[in-house]
Design a protein around this ligand. Sequence first.
Ligand SMILES: *Cc1c(COP(=O)(O)O)cnc(C)c1O
Length: 369
Amino acid sequence: MNIPLIDLKAHHQALHAEITSAIQNILERTDFILGQDVAKFEEEFAAFCGTKYAVGVSSGVAALELSLLAFGIGPGDEVLVPAHTFTATAAAVSFTGAKPVFVDVDPVTWTLDVTKLEEAITPSTKAMIPVHLYGLPADMDPIRAIAKKHNLIIVEDACQGHGATYKGTRTGNLGDAAAFSFYPTKNLGACGDAGMVTTNDEKVAEAVRALRNCGQRVKNVHELPPFNHRMDSMQAAILRVKLPHLDDWLESRRSLAGLYNQLLADTPVVTPVEPHGYRHIYHLYVIRAQDRDGLQAMLKENGIGTAIHYPIPVHQQPFYMKNGQGQGPYPVAEKICSEILSLPMYPELTEEQVEVVASTITRVLVPTA
Ligand SMILES: *Cc1c(COP(=O)(O)O)cnc(C)c1O
């Protein structure tokens, strides 16, 4: 039996007819870019997150970049980002001309270590980007307290966190603005690139609307940097078909994660935590293993797909090393990157498949079992 890391074909099967008809409608209407489906999806996604505004853009990294720009962040400014995240979090800061300043992550939750935030703050610090990594929200109460004390903007990187909650509030509604990605493998994925900024701040929403579309607040007057980060209507139409199913998909992921946790409890691997008051939505189900590479090779031999998110901490990426922004050490991020392994996780994965993955791991790591 082959068990892939993710199965997008299975994921789209049940929705095939609805997606085809949504695309057909756009071919008829021809409002291909920022069309009526984009406006409707923005309303529906804002309602999902509980925010006043949602602005559709071309990708998650564009959502991060435009959020920062909407708050006036640019050259000379510093923005705090976790040392353990997808590179796009830091890349978005670099695109604005500001400097990403890395902060190590918590050894238990693997999100921003709130005890290390304040020592990274300088007079140039303007913002921070907590990442809801793998689907677990960052610890937002202390993050918000520190932001308030130092007058910093919070832009959530919610690209892995659609529908996760922190003390009852959904991600996207936990900071000053938030960035979502609808990259096909995300928990809510398009059939191409797409992203979204959510906020309760009307000025920020309005600035992102202008920034995504050639810097125009008024047609033909290019007041802000004239980027093209517009959202494609077909992606919005497909996402509108999928959004009503998202909560069911998240429940399915949570239940599969619970089964993994239970079946792996007597093995030496470290399973993900869900602290009290958090709702983890398991964009990825990530374990830690001492001989990670050996375990990954053995799972591969048994037809089980895995991946490493991410093998190199952001501060050690060549881009940040070469421009001098990557000084560490960030020991927790560095250790995590050498031990993490993402196991198969998608809503259509079956309990039997989870059992096969878990028993394969047990067979290798607990030889007496
Ligand atoms: C996917 C992702 C992004 C970037 O999203 P794109 O749509 O690929 O640009 C940013 N941050 C995190 C944490 C992500 O997982």
